[in-house]
Design a protein around this ligand. Structure first.
Ligand code: HAM
Length: 427
């Protein structure tokens, strides 16, 4: 408990996004909405709070997320609730709860919002982090997988990203994966003594997890383990071949990565991640795959699914590094007035500009011209409009382009259209 007078800080692993940063986040979200619209996805908003059982059943009771990372508490009526660590489970829950399957066809849904995992905070890893996610429910067609990955690549290119890799794998279906896990278990029996303590435990509890061990010394041993791609059943193998074939046709580059098994239990067949070399240790900035059995696990009808979650915090680091995308929220006009008589017409002008969606600011305290222009600069205004005694007498205000320094006299009635034209031509 903090004492009175002591300053209270943000909770560990959470942070404030101040306006300068938030502006670029908004820009990325706007690009996401634009691409989702083009591919016919519609937004779904699910609650941040869910029943704990939802994640235990879908993400998996033995996963790191469920055993170690969830913010779970008992509500006053003793119900166990959890702050969502991810949203795929919530989307599928909502799909079943509202019987969207009755509408038939394919549902394409997207969401943007905060998720919560109690991980050790570091750069690109937070306890409250943000995801931009999308899910396709109702088809297991391999073209769905390929089209989705094509959309992601287009989105990243629009954000100006060049340095990323698409890692691709198939984890098979319930049948062939079970057989593979047996084979893996047998192989681990012989090799586990030379692996780290965690992997020795995983060899017993969840052998697939050994494949994403990051311990350097374990890598040569893990490399020798059997690959899941060599153990797929004929249907899963054919599905994977069709996905990769279509990616080739669509011009989407990928790297087949047999060790990519992902940290959530609901996946079947295609799994993928994208990594960026500019991100350092936390280099996976998005991940996802197919989950054809999830709806049934949650008590719904059989509904195959495919989706992604983009870690927005990490995506933003890559976007900043690439430096191509600019926040588009620059102030258009700062109105500088001099002398009491100018205050009222200057206020009217600001009101008119704002009513016409030209962003504008004014100071109600009298300020000298030089200082006013300094304020306009600090606010990042594109234009300063000067209204002084001389301008009032002449019936024309001075409009100064703060980027070029050029100044023009414009009649008050023409200022909105004048600014609009200038702003449109400079982008
Ligand atoms: P995930 O791999 O657990 O998948 O998370 C997706 C992305 O969220 C990660 O690649 C990472 O960029 C970001 N992320 C995860 N944890 C953190 C954290 N603590 N701090 C910052 N970023 C983080 C899922 O969540 C699945 N729901 C994806 C999916 C959708 N699969 C099918 N549909």
């Amino acid at each position: 408990m903090s004492r009175r007078g002591e300053s209270i800080r943000a909770v560990k692993g959470t942070r404030d996004l101040l306006p300068a940063e938030a502006a670029l986040w908004q820009r990325v979200e706007a690009e996401a909405r634009r691409i989702f619209l083009a591919y016919n996805f519609r937004e779904i908003r699910t609650p941040v709070l869910e029943q704990t059982a939802l994640f235990a059943r879908s993400v998996g009771a033995d996963t790191d997320i469920v055993t170690k990372e969830m913010y779970t508490f008992h509500d006053r009526d003793d119900e166990s609730l959890t702050l969502r660590p991810e949203a795929t489970a919530s989307v599928v829950r909502a799909y079943i709860e509202h019987a969207l399957y009755n509408e038939g066809g394919i549902h394409k849904l997207y969401y943007i919002g905060p998720m919560f995992r109690r991980e050790r905070p570091q750069k690109g890893r937070y306890r409250q982090f943000y995801q931009i996610g999308a899910e396709v429910l109702g088809s297991d067609h391999p073209s769905i997988d390929a089209e989705f990955l094509e959309m992601l690549v287009l989105f990243l290119r629009r954000l100006g990203l060049q340095e990323f890799a698409l890692l691709l794998n198939s984890v098979g279906c319930a049948n062939c994966r079970a057989e593979y896990v047996k084979t893996l278990r047998r192989a681990l029996e012989r090799l586990k003594a030379s692996l780290c303590v965690d992997c020795q435990r995983r060899s017993e509890t969840n052998p697939l997890r050994v494949l994403d061990c990051k311990v350097e010394a374990d890598q040569p041993v893990i490399e020798k383990l059997p690959h899941i791609l060599e153990h797929l059943c004929p249907e899963c193998r054919q599905h994977f071949e069709r996905v990769t074939g279509e990616l080739d046709q669509r011009g989407v580059a990928y790297q087949i990565t047999p060790r990519l098994v992902r940290g959530l239990d609901y996946y079947t067949r295609t799994t993928f991640e994208m990594t960026s070399s500019v991100l350092g240790a936390q280099n996976a900035f998005l991940g996802g795959g197919r989950y054809d059995g999830l709806a049934e696990m949650l008590g719904g009808p059989r509904t195959p699914g495919f989706g992604v979650a983009i870690g927005q915090d990490r995506l933003m680091l890559a976007v900043e590094q690439a430096g191509q995308l600019k926040a588009g929220d620059r102030l258009s006009a700062y109105v500088a007035w001099m002398g009491e008589a100018a205050l009222s017409p200057a206020t009217r002008l600001v009101q008119e500009l704002r009513g016409e969606d030209v962003s504008a600011e004014i100071s109600y305290e009298p300020i000298k011209l030089k200082k006013s222009l300094g304020v306009a600069n600090r606010l990042g205004a594109r234009f300063a409009i000067i209204v002084g005694e001389g301008e009032l007498a002449a019936g024309r205000y001075q409009v100064k382009d703060m980027t070029t320094g050029q100044q023009e006299e414009v009649e008050p009635g023409r200022i909105v259209s004048y600014l609009r034209e200038k702003l449109a031509s400079s982008g």
